[in-house]
Design a protein around this ligand. Structure first.
Ligand SMILES: Cc1cc2nc3c(=O)[nH]c(=O)nc-3n(C[C@H](O)[C@H](O)[C@H](O)COP(=O)(O)O)c2cc1C
Length: 181
């Protein structure tokens, strides 16, 4: 394999695959500012307590909403919802009602103001604990305070590799299989 010493620069940081998830936000009770934004700069920070992060450009409509309400829901995307996720990643809630346009259904969460998306297999309810500006993006460090899921195993999950969406492929082994007798 040819290796090139090349500094990570601009908007590229060369770590793929990454998730492509839909983040729902706004206040479900009042119906205020309900929105969905698709994000890939998302990940796990800590198991116990369960902490996650999402990185959002301050220019995004969702940035202001999440900053104000202090919470959001991470909705895992499956193949069936890939086109809706793409739509929520190219259109702004400033211009369109993304719940209406995609036909996705907001559902009341247990522990946060933001609604989950009914059609997704997994909803992770997150309470923002810290916002860290890094440059192009602000990192929202959040505690996962609730989760609801239907059938994780049956769900056809997708990921983002270099701006292209892929369905996860064949099962090839599980944690620790390399040393199991
Ligand atoms: C696959 C995908 C991943 C994205 N990841 C991010 C991200 O991690 N952070 C971000 O700020 N924007 C990301 N975006 C762009 C936003 O989703 C997009 O600008 C969206 O229209 C913003 O919506 P809003 O203005 O309603 O908040 C991504 C878009 C796509 C399609």
């Amino acid at each position: 394999m040819e290796k090139t010493a090349r500094a990570a620069k601009g908007e590229e940081n060369f770590l793929y695959p990454v998730p492509a998830v839909m983040i729902s936000c706004g206040d479900f009770e009042s119906g205020g500012n309900l929105n969905i934004i698709t994000l890939s700069w998302v990940g796990v920070l800590c198991s116990a307590p369960p902490y996650l992060y999402v990185s959002i450009r301050p220019s995004r409509h969702s940035h202001g909403i999440i900053k104000e309400t202090g919470d959001f829901v991470i909705n895992i995307v499956t193949t069936e919802l890939a086109a809706s996720a793409d739509f929520c990643g190219v259109k702004s809630g400033r211009d369109v009602d993304k719940f209406k346009e995609t036909g996705l259904t907001p559902v009341k969460s247990q522990f946060v103001k933001a609604p989950g998306i009914a059609e997704t297999a997994v909803n992770i309810e997150c309470a923002v604990r810290e916002i860290k500006p890094l440059g192009s993006h602000d990192v929202f460090i959040a505690e996962a305070v609730g989760v609801s899921f239907s059938d994780y195993d049956a769900a056809k999950l997708i990921c983002n590799a270099g701006g292209k969406y892929y369905e996860l492929g064949n099962f090839i082994g599980k944690f620790g299989y390399s040393i199991k007798k």
